[in-house]
Ligand binder design. Sequence first.
Ligand SMILES: Cc1ncc(COP(=O)(O)O)c(C=O)c1O
Length: 302
Amino acid sequence: MNDHMTTHQAEEDARNEDIKIFVNGQVIPRADAKISVYDSGFMLGDGVWEGLRLYEGTWAFADEHLDRLFEAAKAIDLDIGMTRGEILEALEQVRAKNGMETDAHARLMVTRGVKVRPFQHPSLSRSGPTVVIIMEHSRPSLPRPIRLATVPHIRGLPMSQDAKLNSHSKLNCVLACIAAEKAGADEALMLDVHGFVNTTNACNFFIVRNGEVWTSTGDYCMNGITRRKVIELCRTNGIPVYERNYSLVDTYGADEAFLTGTFGAQTPVSEIDGRHIGDGKMGPITGRIRQLYKDLIAAEVA
Ligand SMILES: Cc1ncc(COP(=O)(O)O)c(C=O)c1O
């Protein structure tokens, strides 16, 4: 498909060629920002990360992002080696050095660090974590609603690799995305272990039916901060919202569908497995929720 796009598409911005990147306490030019080939993040995907967005000088929902980061680090027994305050200071330092005021996206990554030998055992990482912050000028630019395809890769049970971990290792999601692209779609819609519709490879997923907003129970998917905000916004604004199991039949027959994530906020979906959703354009409830979310961000940064 020649008009391929992704949910994380941004306007080209030449300034991103010369950004400064945080690597273990130093803020250095992009060309010099490197980590060891022995890093456990590179070798094994052994790390956790957060994606944050800057609006008018404020990192939106920073507390929630730091809560999730520290919870994930605790779960994988990784000492970040920095306090919440130090992480916020690091974000501020990189922001200032890059002269960014708004429309910036940060990928904050923490790995178990450099290994003494190229093998899996975590005890081989002995020199402390690797902390990297990549911060880019970023204005989402999606020329059209997204097309999804269901794939054979599922969201599994939490005892194998809990989907609530924002882990560096995302191979399951990457494979799902590849399968969707090969099916002619942009990204993947993933089912859970029971066959209910769960999430996409990189965002949370919602449908709208008869004025009601439905999303998965929250099991098997990322505990997305945008997902939670959308649910809360629906509740406080009289839009019926349900976290429930639903199938592909419910989904193909939906009036609207949209994705949520920090990068794109709410991204409309036009097509799933070749079935048009609604009239293929952003629906009125998706539009309303997008506006409510914009207002929420405005209040957050005021
Ligand atoms: C698999 C997956 N789902 C959903 C999300 C969206 O989460 P949030 O709304 O917190 O950005 C992310 C983002 O990290 C993700 O990796």
